[in-house]
Design a protein around this ligand. Structure first.
Ligand code: PLP
Length: 387
């Protein structure tokens, strides 16, 4: 019998980068039970607390009662149901784009759009810290992938100027970077895209619902929404559920329906997921969304101030994702134990998720965190300084 992975797992374990699943019980709120211990969770992308919002739960229940739990087929066969269409119309309207298309996840949305649009002779320029799904999409497409220095439009310019021939060009970036919490210089990137006739794509997974007017995201915050050709985001973070979508022109969406393999050859997301997305969008774009965003940004400000006062380096974060850089994996291992003892869970992120030498704790802030949660976090990081 051939046992898979044995050697690789042994190597990974020796390097101290072995990954393990962790059981988190309870609803996806600000507190949870991790490994049997009650803790305050600073690790969830449920930033606005919508994962267990009663209005969304009600929408899901009604949708399941009306449509059943499964879509029964891929979207092109018989899986397109009213909630999918409703979500797509609603999100396109929200982003002021002609059309949108729902995918099973943000990951498949990124892979689906890049692989269908870009071919072997084309050139993709991606920020060096782009999400893995963008990099995978670029690799699967067979295009030439050039990664510019993080948030460095000059480096992009240098690379794009070196690219000869008449090929299709794609410039792609995250809106908010998932491990660093900083934001892309979207205006500068849009200018370069226009100057060189490149397609401009933004994956706003961690910005959608949170930044800009009504939470339309980082393109809207930067005033470049109409210059973004492909707007990708997920229902799995601020919206509190799961699923992804792409918004853009009619020809982009027609192209995805015809050529995007992750869209074509996969069962459509459950209709109730789309119904939940519609209910979540209603909340995000309404008065309650504004209130939740304000609470989130206030919490972020307070936590940044605590950490910086304690002497921690939080990099260039401008968002609810706050990296706390700590030297060496060993300190991280000890530190994680200390944080858990103090009733706080913020995971440590090691290579290969982040480059070696940039290991960090990653704090994800939620609108629902209260004063006592913040005080707990501050005490835990104060204690961490002492070990
Ligand atoms: C920047 C970014 N893009 C895409 C994704 C993938 O989204 P999803 O979790 O919906 O697959 C993630 C989430 O992990 C992300 O952080």
């Amino acid at each position: 019998m051939i046992e898979p992975f044995i050697k690789e797992l042994a190597n990974t374990s020796a390097e101290g980068t072995l990954r393990n699943l962790r059981l988190v019980s309870g609803t996806t709120g600000r507190t949870a039970t991790v490994d049997g211990k009650q803790i305050v969770l600073f690790a969830s992308n449920n930033y606005l607390g919508l994962a267990n919002h009663p209005r969304i739960i009600e929408a899901v229940i009604k949708s399941v009662e009306k449509y059943g739990w499964g879509s029964g087929a891929s979207r092109l066969v018989s899986g397109t149901m009213p909630p999918h269409m409703e979500f797509e119309e609603r999100v396109a309207d929200f982003l002021n784009k002609p059309q949108a298309l729902m995918f099973s996840s943000g990951y498949t949305a990124n892979v689906g759009v890049i692989t269908s649009l870009m071919g072997r002779k084309d050139n993709i320029f991606a920020d060096r810290l782009c999400h893995a799904s963008i990099i995978d999409g670029a690799r699967f497409s067979g295009s030439r992938l050039k990664r510019f220095r993080h948030n460095d439009p000059d480096d992009l310019l240098r690379l794009i100027k070196k690219t000869g021939g008449k090929t299709k060009l794609l410039i792609v970036t995250d809106g908010v970077f998932s491990m660093d919490g900083d934001m892309a210089p979207l205006k500068e990137l849009a200018e370069i895209a226009e100057r060189f006739g490149a397609i401009f794509m933004v994956d706003d997974a961690h910005g959608f619902g949170l930044f800009g007017p009504e939470g339309r995201g980082t393109p809207s915050l930067a005033g470049v929404s109409d210059r973004v050709d492909i707007h990708v985001a997920t229902l799995g973070k601020a919206l509190g559920g799961s699923g992804g979508f792409v918004a853009g022109s009619k020809s982009l969406i027609d192209g995805l329906i015809n050529f995007s393999r992750p869209f074509i050859y996969s069962t459509a997301p459950p209709p109730s997921t789309a119904s939940a997305g519609v209910a979540a969008l209603d909340i995000v774009s309404g008065e309650q969304g504004a209130r939740r965003r304000k609470a989130l940004h206030t919490n972020v400000g307070k936590i940044m101030a605590y950490l910086n006062n304690l002497g921690y380096d939080t990099g260039k974060s401008r968002s609810q994702i706050i990296p706390v850089y700590i030297d060496g994996a060993k300190s991280l291992d000890n530190g994680a134990g200390v944080l858990l003892e103090m009733g706080v869970f913020a995971p440590f992120i090691k290579p290969p998720t982040v480059p070696r030498g940039t290991e960090r704790f990653r704090i994800c802030v939620m609108a629902d965190h209260n004063e006592s949660d913040l005080a707990k976090l501050e005490s835990a990081y104060r204690r961490l300084k002492e070990i």
